[in-house]
Write a protein that binds this ligand. Structure first.
Ligand code: SF4
Length: 474
């Protein structure tokens, strides 16, 4: 099949402090975060003396059976589900990464991308460090091990000050869980609590990339880990310190457009609400006379509901998604036109025939999939197809942990909206404005978002020659 025509999720992390079934909660949390990475997953637990780990390629449910989980003893756990953003996609680079250091054994799980990792790695290798993986995360591990600070929390804080870019991290030691976010708060990381059962002394403290993980394990969302904050949960309870001042916030707006699950609260804001508002705003900005509003499922669903509600045009599920599509499929010898898209989607002819259709999706990356979907809708008898996108044109790659194609492959970086319309063969095409998107994702407070993939204005210094977006950079 062709390269995926979507920006791909980054990674998901989860951490559990003080629960007799910590490994099972980590496993369930990862299952809820599966949409953030489907290539590999891993869990590290601590029984108070030793750390235990298991990681493998594949989906969470396939990796962790009863037998595997029963070997992950302990009351503390961290977990990671991965789609590679830096470092190639081998088991070697699966996380959590576990290492022995002079400050004890630690495990680390990372969501994001360290933009100065290559630089630091070169320096450390020049000083004799030997790296085991290609992952940017390993740089942090070396920094922690080499830090002159005496205690593990101080060494972690010291190392975090030396790295730049996007990182939401959870770490585990013999008796502690650490959770932190980069000073700009690119990636989400939420903190929650499972109230202690009768007879147990302490509540269980949990962390996860998205709150949908909390819902599955019965945890209550308390707050986000703040940008520049390091939260430490240990025998003495929960403590927090700010290892670096936070400059202007740059939370990733694409989490609200596409990545995060709509049932999650991300950056303190309901994702479902954001997407509904994007659809409504889109209907106000670029209305069109039509008979039905149809989402490209599942990513376009909520925005299409918002568009339909605002415009008064009926919402219809005119495309049905097959949820059981694996990585590879055997194509019949006599090749089927648009095979890859047809495996995933099918048009409902009875709904589309003779209709003027507003088709709502969350992005156009290369344009190839949109073209096939428009063709599918036309072949099902639609009279007109008007494409509406619930964010602005994607014109620049991401360097903060999201898999984007190079600028050369981003259709909006190379073609005007009218040229894209012609390419996908729609009757009209329109995008949500950047202002409209920011308004839709605003929570009435001060969340300031990174929107560099729409504006080309990066919130940190980026050496484009040095850092390849989403490639094996180190
Ligand atoms: Fe998110 Fe785009 Fe910024 Fe990357 S460049 S962090 S995808 S908004």
């Amino acid at each position: 099949m062709n390269a995926p025509d979507k920006l791909r999720e980054e990674c998901g992390v989860v951490a559990i402090h003080a629960h007799p079934e910590a490994e099972k909660l980590a496993y369930l949390g990862l299952h809820a975060l599966q949409h953030r990475g489907q290539e590999s997953a891993g869990i590290v637990t601590s029984d108070g003396e030793h750390l235990h780990q298991h990681k493998a390629m594949g989906l969470v449910a396939d990796i962790f059976g009863e037998d595997v989980l029963s070997n992950l003893r302990g009351v503390l756990a961290i977990g990671h589900t991965r789609y590679s953003t830096a470092g190639d996609s081998a088991l070697l680079n699966a996380q959590p990464i576990m290492v022995q250091s002079n400050k004890g054994t630690i495990g680390i799980a990372h969501n994001g991308n360290l933009v100065n990792a290559l630089d630091i790695r070169r320096k450390l290798e020049g000083q004799g460090s030997i790296f085991q993986t290609n992952s940017d995360t390993e740089v942090l591990v070396h920094l922690i091990a080499l830090s002159r600070e005496q205690t593990l929390p101080d060494a972690i804080a010291d190392s975090l000050r030396r790295v730049e870019g996007a990182f939401s991290l959870v770490m585990i030691s013999r008796d502690r869980i650490f959770a932190c976010r980069d000073p700009r708060g690119f990636r989400p990381l939420a903190m929650g609590r499972i109230p202690s059962a009768a007879g147990e002394k302490k509540d269980t403290i949990v962390f996860a990339s998205e709150t949908c993980a909390f819902d599955l394990i019965g945890a209550i969302y308390e707050r986000d880990v703040k940008p520049g904050e390091l939260v430490i949960v240990g025998p003495e309870g929960v403590s927090s310190r700010f290892y670096a001042p936070s400059p202007a916030l740059s939370s990733c707006i694409f989490e609200h457009v596409y990545f995060a699950r709509p049932d999650s609260i991300v950056f303190g804001r309901s994702v479902d609400q954001s997407r509904d508002h994007m659809g409504r705003q889109l209907a106000r900005e670029v209305p069109v006379d039509a008979d039905i509003v149809v989402p490209v499922p599942d990513s376009g669903n909520t925005a299409a509901i918002g568009y339909a509600a605002e415009s008064g045009i009926p919402f219809r599920l005119g495309l049905i998604r097959n949820h059981y599509v694996g990585r590879t499929f055997i194509e019949p010898q006599q090749s089927v036109r648009d095979f890859g898209v047809k495996l995933k989607l099918n048009a409902v002819r009875s709904m589309l025939e003779g209709k003027r259709v507003i088709l709502v999706d969350d992005s156009i990356v290369r344009g190839t999939t949109s073209r096939k979907i428009v063709r599918m809708i036309r072949n099902a008898g639609a009279k007109e197809v008007h494409m509406r996108i619930s964010c602005p044109p994607t014109i620049s790659p991401c360097f903060y942990g999201v898999d984007t194609p190079s600028k050369r492959e981003l259709i909006a970086a190379n073609k005007s909206v009218e040229e894209i319309r012609k390419f996908i063969d729609a009757d009209s095409l329109a995008y949500l404005s950047l202002e409209g998107l920011k308004r839709a994702a605003a929570d009435g407070e001060k969340t300031t978002y990174c929107s560099a993939c729409y504006s080309g204005k990066y919130p940190t210094k980026i050496d484009v020659e040095e850092i390849q977006p989403a490639a094996a950079v180190i």
